[in-house]
Design a protein around this ligand. Sequence first.
Ligand code: AMP
Ligand code: MN
Ligand code: MN
Length: 327
Amino acid sequence: MNSAKRYLQAAQMVYIACHIIPDGDAIGSLLGLGLGLRRLGKSCTMACADPVPAKFNFLTGWQEITAQPPKNEEVIVTIDSSDIERLGSLYDEHIFRSRPIINIDHHVTNTRFGTVNLVQLLPSTAEIVYALLRRLQAPLDKDIATALLVGLVTDTQCFRTSNVTAKQLRMAIALMKAGASLTDITELVFNREPISTICLWGQALAHVQRRGRVMWTEIDQHMMRKCGAAPNEGNSLVSFLASTMGVDVAIVFREKDDGRIEVSMRAGHGWDVSEVALKLGGGGHPRAAGCTIAGKMAKVRELVLGEIEAALQKQAMAREEQNAEGG
Ligand code: AMP
Ligand code: MN
Ligand code: MN
């Protein structure tokens, strides 16, 4: 935290980038930090390789988010990205090698690629940004508080994930005291699904399959086109599948427009899907992880299901051994 603070205090121009196919934590933390540093007199470029999803277009500053790689900024900050490839087309090896990188993230699979790694296993990156801004004594206005609360609320599914403690609720109180409206955020972020998302859910739910404790569905380009869905639409479906009784792991396989398959996984209490995601070139958290794999749908599905089944068996065995030792 201290070295991140020193780098940021010394810089006049800062480049901040979040991950591709951005979610609320990526956009909220990006804007929160960018607006906060501006209040301290810095010039900030805020960047994301992919467009900002429409549901976040109530946040101040979203229109300024650019898809340009860094130019002459002195420091690069990466947001909510477990590895540098998650920046997509913003990542230019030559430019990134020539200046300090502050890696702000909360994924257990983070590869520690930064000059400074501000990686903490908290429910959201927004909390690390919040702590950093406080350390920098940045003023907390309504716009910054709203952006950070969007990050916290989206990554905790409205404070419902198992990693939520009183700490997150305390931060929410502070942000609300600074002017953020939890009512507005939940309304705008969770109660505004486009009809194309409902269409996609319908298609995907009609094709749900189950093998033992693993449930999955597949979304192909045909479904995406038929529903007129954007690349990141319907990504909360996987959490819904994971809420099924008797299901320990839920997976949504989605064919991307470049032909690769995006794999989104959720695990029930006591299970871990992050190791499989990491092994297959992705990353994430124990209970929410993902990866993107080149290949045909059926082949990718079998590969992932095989790895998941093996991982679940290993985890169940480890637990049994632990119980036997304990008992
Ligand atoms: P998602 O299923 O897309 O909501 O992602 C769940 C978690 O896994 C998020 O924390 C993502 O950052 C992470 N994740 C998803 N896809 C990838 C990927 N291709 N590489 C690294 N991390 C990923
Ligand atoms: Mn994210
Ligand atoms: Mn996050």
